[in-house]
Ligand binder design. Structure first.
Ligand code: PRX
Length: 631
């Protein structure tokens, strides 16, 4: 199957067709997949409600497209290369035939443990190949996977399990990440104290550390595999049946369980993968993300496997055993397409360039970035030292909610431009809106980014809360999808994402809502209230700054700062720990009692020259005091 655009003219033609008649355009792409039953209608939508449905009436199973189809054409080709955390442990090569067999076997394990079509299965796993196997095994039998990043705390895990009412949890004894071992089973045990919906825990053995065993819930992954065969027919799914739930932070307390469905997600992830990365037969593709994030779902697992690609999975971190590890892996596995996050690039750029240049990177053809705006300096470092000025860089803008890459150059086909995501993919209709919600017609402009027309992989709802889905994405600017980002457009129509326009801060590429962090800070018995904002950080892109008020008799101290950080770490995860905590006498508030975060953001960024009018504040006197004591 080739869905590939191979020239600028072909891109322009495809884009034009996709705008003029989206249904015909996507139908012709979808024709190239294996369907149990073709659709009655390509698209039905009403964004005032909002509803979006693609390939209505069609039936398919995504794993038949990821696996079975390739058994005829490429059974012995490597599907997954797995590179362990420890460079001295051997890597694994899993062929399409073997992957098919492993997926079918594990699908039978799931069935034996009571999982049925439509049940939610939570995966809290390290980056072992079995995580990809388990994701596909869920899809094989029509169970809905909900992968929770293994860096989240027990309470964050519990919230996600409970929200989706997961029936089974897949976890491991522990996970290796650099020098650290994460006690995943212990964390899961703690979470399960408040998760009555879980009926079975299937435990993968990775670190062989001591764990507590609960015989009424726990079974060993490897023992369960002994009880099954590798024959498991794929469950026919409606195109609009749920494929997975993946949680993303919102600006208010609770994480949002984004729901992706089978048909549209399949079509769009394969199409975008093949076009953005220009993957060619025989290439070695590596996306460094974790499968706990959407990037891992769409561009480690589904997009590449749907395309019959060889996809590399890395268990570890870029700093272990040293800061040259990414490049060592690129050399070792002759990586052709390399896709990572700006925060990783910035972190690695701080180390001597010999850590890059000592490795043979001559196989690299395409570089990619994702997750946050990439700054000019990082872009040029990546281009010069990794790409040696000969690899196009695809700066891919998209979101958990969009399922696939929305705005990006197509490697070597359309031009890239430092710090710009550039042009939309075929089928994607971005616009810039002014504050009143009117489309800005001038090409060169800055505004609020919005999308005008549905594309196949849009998340259909927030699990269990369609009203919130409407409020967050479709209410501010009716008839548009509102992603929450600002953007500017140059005279050539290239888009550059300028950052979030809501209370979400992207720290090291992780999307963090400030509200849940404030809730965690406020849990400390000595804290009255808090406001958390982002501020620019050299490596992380943004870091978190917490302004905290305490009870009158409390004397702020280093211990208190530490205790607050610990609470955040426990409640959400270490990634959400504020870098700076400033104890203040009061938070600047409007007369209606709303915290003026705009002012706090400026103080955190050390940009206090123009704070705007503070006289309308209820308590303007606190502002100068906060500035005087800022960190
Ligand atoms: O603000 C945008 C930023 O990341 C947000 C989406 O985060 P998440 O759902 O975690 O998905 C990340 C991986 C797709 C967006 O709203 N973002 C993502 N990619 C870029 C970006 N900002 C600028 N440039 C990008 N290439």
């Amino acid at each position: 199957m080739s869905l590939q655009i191979r020239s600028l003219e072909a891109y322009q033609k495809a884009y034009q067709e996709s705008i003029e008649c989206p249904a015909d355009f996507w139908a012709s792409i979808a024709e190239q997949f294996v369907w149990r039953k073709k659709w009655d209608k390509v698209l039905d939508y009403d964004w005032l409600k909002p509803t979006t449905q693609w390939f209505l009436g069609a039936q398919l199973n995504i794993t038949e497209n990821c696996l079975d189809r390739h058994l005829v054409t490429r059974p012995d080709q490597t599907a997954i290369v797995w590179e362990p955390n420890d460079p001295n442990e051997p890597s694994q090569q899993i062929s399409y035939k073997e992957l098919h067999s492993q997926v079918c076997s594990f699908a039978n394990v799931l069935k034996n443990n009571g999982v049925q079509k439509g049940d939610r299965v939570c995966l809290y796993m390290p980056m072992v190949a079995e995580l990809a196997v388990a994701v596909l095994a869920c899809a094989r039998i029509g169970a809905v996977h909900s992968v929770v990043f293994a860096g989240f705390s027990s309470s964050a895990l519990a919230v996600r399990i409970n929200d989706a009412q997961c029936k089974v949890l897949l976890t491991a004894d522990g996970g290796f990440r650099g020098h650290k071992i994460t006690p995943l089973k212990d964390i899961a045990d703690e979470a399960l104290k408040t998760c009555p919906s879980i009926q079975k825990v299937i435990v993968y053995q990775r670190t062989r550390q001591n764990i507590t065993w609960n015989p009424s819930l726990d079974v060993w992954w490897h023992e369960e595999l002994q009880k099954v065969n590798n024959h498991c027919p794929a469950e026919p799914m409606d195109a609009e049946d749920m494929l997975f739930i993946l949680y993303t932070s919102g600006s208010t307390g609770k994480p949002k369980g984004m729901v992706h469905t089978c048909g549209g997600y399949m079509v769009y992830t394969a199409y975008s993968f093949q076009n953005v990365f220009q993957y060619q037969e025989g290439d070695m593709y590596w996306c460094t993300a974790d499968i706990g994030w959407i990037t891992g779902h769409s561009y480690i697992v589904y997009g590449p496997l749907l395309s019959g690609a060889t996809t590399l999975m890395f268990e570890g971190v870029p700093s272990y055993h040293d800061f040259g590890r990414f490049w060592e892996i690129c050399e070792k596995h002759k990586v052709n397409q390399f896709y990572t996050a700006p925060t990783a690039i910035r972190a690695l750029a701080k180390y001597p360039v010999e850590l890059v240049t000592k490795y043979d990177l001559s196989n690299l053809k395409v570089l990619g970035t994702v997750g946050e705006p990439i700054n000019e300096e990082a872009w040029h470092w990546y281009d010069q030292h990794v790409g040696k000025h000969r690899c196009p860089i695809v700066d891919t803008w998209w979101q958990t909610e969009t399922g696939g890459i929305m705005i990006s150059s197509l490697a070597g086909i359309t031009a890239d431009k430092p710090t710009f995501a550039t042009h939309p993919l075929p089928g994607i209709q971005p616009v810039l809106l002014d504050q009143q919600g009117n489309e800005i017609t001038a090409t060169k402009a800055e505004g609020i980014l919005a999308i005008k027309h549905p594309w196949p992989s849009l998340a259909r709802t927030i699990y269990g809360d369609h009203k919130r889905y409407k409020d967050v994405y479709f209410a501010a600017y009716p008839t548009y999808y509102f992603p929450g980002d600002g953007a500017l457009r140059d005279a050539g129509g290239n888009y550059r994402i300028t950052g979030r326009v809501d209370d979400v801060v992207i720290v090291s590429g992780h999307n963090l809502g400030t509200a849940p962090i404030e809730n965690a800070v406020n849990e400390h018995e000595k804290v009255v209230e808090s406001a958390v904002v982002g501020f620019p950080h050299e490596v992380k892109g943004n870091a978190l700054y917490a302004y905290v008020t305490t009870y009158d008799d409390v004397v702020p101290s280093a211990d208190l700062t530490q205790e607050i950080k610990e609470i955040v770490s426990k409640t959400i995860g270490p990634i959400a720990k504020p870098d700076k905590i400033q104890f203040v006498k009061g938070l600047p508030k409007t007369r209606s009692g709303k915290i003026m975060r705009r002012i706090l953001r400026k103080i955190a960024a050390k940009d206090t020259s123009n704070l705007g009018d503070v006289s309308t504040l209820l308590n303007p006197e606190v502002v100068q005091d906060i500035i005087n004591h800022s960190l």
